[in-house]
Design a protein around this ligand. Structure first.
Ligand code: DOR
Length: 434
């Protein structure tokens, strides 16, 4: 290895620069140093042949669970970051519902220092809104912002207290970091296990109505309008939520939103047979919701696709449906499942890439997510047409909890480069000396 890498002959797509052309890209000293047609500048370098493949900015995930500290049997920063690299993600924001929760400087420092020595991609921690994630007093937001928390959230749980939500929004204005809410009116959700509807009734499972989400989305938007704070809605799952966010944005409220690959591609029918690997919060919904989520994504009402990668052990999920924890392990299937929307003509590839790169970067005010000259060499190389079968036994993640095991997908991440380092290299990808 010379330290200089040429990615040659790929279809380079960078929506932020309105770039979509066949060409090559040179990486030197961890940065993108040259991009052009097929006559690269002379230099000693290694070459990665990307003919027939798409070369785009590394994906940015605003929402994942790395489980460390406290739940290392489910995932660690090391294993989660390897899984992210396999999925084409070069920057991942991790939620603070660890044990102990990340509610002060020590927690943020711990994640950052562990990631610096063990992670293969950039890990950006999110700090708690409330002390101990208890939903009562505010956590140490100022010191966490200072230590590098990119946003604040009690994800996994909503902020039930409107008063606390108002306080955290007012406080957040001092640091300009977004407040991310897991929108769930727990009284309306009432311990529900899946989407409310005929399937839940038939299965005898308690349902979670769309209103449980929409109530809190509406409340939070009201508070964001009042305070002027930056609000980000996590894992939007219903048609009604998309509509409420659309109206708020038309009014100029500072609200952004994300949707997961599973809410964009799977419905409540996955639960039939009491499949605990399809148990997720918010629950998988209906085709009508999926249509609205895709429209929201296309219009820019939804800024980003975020995985909500939520790994659990096999034992955690091997139980009665009502006892299983919520969550889907999402890094390694994200692109493959999302490509089904491209192949069916519902989403253009360039738009999909935009919502995985520049979109999420904008939410956290990051300059990443671009192939501009001088930018960190965070790059994903994918084959939109490669067919493969999901085999959770091959996952880098410790969490094999996905309803997609054994499913055939079309579209795969072939290589991932993070800060100029090749952190994932598919079997078919060869590096040769020039
Ligand atoms: O399904 C989910 N799993 N939704 C959440 O909000 C939390 C997450 C987890 O931490 O497992």
């Amino acid at each position: 290895m010379t330290g200089t890498l040429l990615i040659s002959g790929g279809r380079i797509i960078d929506p932020g620069q309105k770039l979509d052309k066949t060409g090559s890209l040179l990486i030197a000293e961890g940065k993108i140093s040259w991009l052009g047609d097929d006559t690269p500048p002379p230099a000693d370098c290694d070459v990665l042949d990307a003919r027939g493949l798409v070369v785009c900015p590394g994906f940015i995930d605003l929402h994942c669970h790395l489980r460390q500290p406290g739940f290392e049997e489910k995932e660690t920063i090391a294993s989660g970051s390897l899984a992210a690299a396999r999925g084409g993600f070069t920057t991942i924001c991790c939620m603070p519902n660890t044990r102990p929760p990340l509610d002060g400087q020590a927690g943020i420092d711990y994640v950052k220092s562990t990631a610096a020595s063990e992670a293969v991609v950039r890990v950006l921690p999110i700090g708690c809104i409330s002390k101990g994630r208890q939903g009562e007093g505010l956590a140490e937001m100022a010191e966490m912002a200072e230590a590098g928390a990119v946003a604040f959230s009690d994800d996994g749980s909503p902020v039930i207290s409107s008063r606390l939500m108002l306080q955290t929004m007012e406080y957040s204005l001092a640091f300009g970091r977004p407040i991310i809410d897991h929108c769930e009116d727990t009284e309306l959700a009432g311990g529900g296990q899946m989407n409310e509807g005929i399937i839940a009734t038939r299965l005898g499972l308690a349902g979670v109505p769309a209103a449980a989400e929409e109530n809190i989305v509406a409340r939070d938007i009201g508070l964001a309008e009042f305070t002027g704070a930056r609000l980000h809605i996590a894992h939007v799952s219903t048609r009604g939520s998309v509509e409420i966010i659309r109206r708020a944005r038309e009014k100029g409220v500072r609200v952004t939103a994300e949707v997961t690959p599973h809410h964009l591609t799977l419905t409540e029918e996955e639960v039939i047979g009491y499949n605990t690997n399809a148990k997720v919060n918010p629950p998988l919904r209906t085709e009508k919701d999926i249509e609205a989520l895709i429209s929201g994504l296309r219009e820019g009402v939804i800024d980003a696709i975020a995985t909500d990668h939520a790994p659990h052990t096999e034992n955690d999920k091997l139980c009665e449906f009502a006892l299983a924890p919520f969550g889907i392990s999402g890094f390694e299937t994200a692109l493959g499942s999302l490509m089904s929307l491209v192949h069916s003509g519902k989403l253009e590839l360039n738009l999909l890439i935009a919502r995985l790169t520049g979109g999420p970067a904008g939410v956290i005010g990051s300059k990443l997510g671009t192939l501009a000259i001088g930018a960190p060499a965070d790059i994903t190389i994918l084959d939109p047409n490669r067919e493969w079968v999901v085999d959770t036994a091959e996952f880098a993640s410790k969490g094999r909890n996905t309803p997609l095991d054994g499913r055939e997908l079309t579209g795969r991440v072939m290589a991932t480069i993070s800060g100029g380092r090749l952190v994932h290299q598919g079997k078919e990808m060869k590096v040769t000396a020039r």
